[in-house]
Design a protein. Sequence first.
Length: 132
Amino acid sequence: MTGKQYVRPVQSNWWLQKRSYTLFMVRELTSAFIAGYSIFLIVMVYWASQGNEPFTRFCDGLKSPLSILLHLLVLAAALYHSITWFNLTPKIMAFWRGEEKVSDGAIQGANFVLWLLASAVVAGIVFAVARG
């Protein structure tokens, strides 16, 4: 039997119909900002490998208001993405302690504590290198 398969039409703004869909799409969009910043970091490493003078010129360009604004935008995107991801972790990973399921708050809290510790370690390294 041959027939035409029914394909339900979907509007291009389907994700604006429910708040949860919109927040999901915003979180997915933040991935593009993170990918772009990763490329920026690769370019920064390239300029650092070219010597002190080219790297200094590159860093001087980062002092512009547009550059600072873009960095703040990427920071906001990274924070939003990280926070929403950590809040979703209990929904995608179930941890058990014997017969008892670990609470959602404990899983989220552990993620945030580890994030804070990793950030503190990175900040410590940056400050130690900056002091010389």
